[in-house]
Design a protein around this ligand. Sequence first.
Ligand SMILES: Cc1cc2nc3c(=O)[nH]c(=O)nc-3n(C[C@H](O)[C@H](O)[C@H](O)COP(=O)(O)OP(=O)(O)OC[C@H]3O[C@@H](n4cnc5c(N)ncnc54)[C@H](O)[C@@H]3O)c2cc1C
Length: 464
Amino acid sequence: MAEAHTLPPKRAEVVVCGAGIAGIAAAYWLAVRCGVGDVVLVDERPPLSLTSDKSTEAYRNWWPGPDDAMIRVMNRSIDLLEELARESDNVFLLNRRGYVYATAEAARWRELETAAQVGSSMGAGPLRSHTRDTGAYHPVAAAGWEGEPTGADLVVDRALLREHFPYLTDRVVGVLHVRRCGWFSGQQLGMYLLERARERGVRLIPAHLEAVESAAGRVCRVSLRAGETQHAIETSCFVNAAGPYLRSVAAKLGVELPVFSERHLKACFPDTRGVVPRHAPLLIWEDAQELAWAEEERALLAESSDTSWLLAPFPPAVHMRPEGGLGSDNILLLWPYDAAPVQEDFPLPEEPTFAEVVMRGMSTMVPGLRAYFDALPKSYVDGGYYTKTQENRFLSCPLPVEGSFLLGALSGYGLMVACGAAEILAAHVTGGALPDYAAAFALERYEDSAYCDRMRAWGSSGQL
Ligand SMILES: Cc1cc2nc3c(=O)[nH]c(=O)nc-3n(C[C@H](O)[C@H](O)[C@H](O)COP(=O)(O)OP(=O)(O)OC[C@H]3O[C@@H](n4cnc5c(N)ncnc54)[C@H](O)[C@@H]3O)c2cc1C
């Protein structure tokens, strides 16, 4: 028999569908920060187990324009993460090691310099340029974030590069080290928020949400199924936080959402040779590249159309970070080289070549990884879907049916933005004051023709 606290109530003030990071943060914000007394969280899976535990768990306040909305919401979200880290004695191990973007191309370097000036002018923090060893460059701190720099460092001095990044290829012409960035345990953050929310009465109901009913244009009831058992909960407020199922849950209200999904994978390797220092920041290679193969390998790969794609140019943005604390030798590697929109299928289709491709790609930036080419260490590959909007800005807003709301399309940055996005959501639900950047994350933006024109010429969406 189900435990008493998991039995669905007959009525609730708010029902949230989805106990990923979006739904948990929404329930936390409503119950803990806004004092909403009667919040029910519905999920057919264990909390955080579909997409939210597949993340690289990294965060950054470094986002492109065309305006400052992403930087402002991320700065706010990171403020909130830091506040939660302080109150919890950093139970989720927030660090601020930064992201290091590197290139071997002079033209790309000039673009990075320009992007750094723009990012800094839009609120990402001060920009420091190190053209020679001025001694002012602040090295990475392995743990914690208090007292660590914000903004960014542009480093081109060879002595500095060799001193601080000896593991990078000497082809690097410069690195952009963005500082209000790092990573944390998303699982620990999620469980911390869920526990605090439960203390304020939030109930987690293990069930499938089948229907959301409305009467006279207003949400009135949700129907749940747990095994053979059907339940109905009377409610006037429903929040769709269904992650990759955002669209199908919105369709239950007759609402069509402008979102789609891309499949993203990550590989975890034991770095048994200690190629990557355990204190390294997140490392991103900014250049397109062809993979390094021996002549005989090239000839073999060229023989079949199943393998010849491995000889083609690959896009920029292969990236990597160390994972785990003392005693761990794991490294996480990612590369979105195949990010076309796809149907959300679970379990994810297998991608047997991913581990080798991402290791070879990353070795362009960190040549020491070539030591693994002959005998690739046993890897663990997982991943999920980036469910997103065209311009890669999330949705935290009311839906057209009165009493219904949306928190989703969190793309590849859901953990880092969850607190900032949930704060907006809770203000919409409770009628609280909205931050002035909230409009950038509402569905109504697509009703503005000037916005849609701007979107067509958007430029970088900031996705890694
Ligand atoms: C490989 C990879 C790397 C990533 N790296 C980062 C990173 O470094 N930093 C970062 O911030 N983000 C990262 N992300 C993105 C981040 O993981 C997602 O944005 C985030 O987890 C989305 O959370 P969510 O709550 O919206 O969705 P989910 O975690 O998928 O949760 C949705 C929940 O809704 C439930 N649900 C759906 N429909 C129903 C229904 N009808 N009834 C009941 N329950 C339902 C599901 O069971 C699920 O539990 C990464 C993602 C991937 C895949």
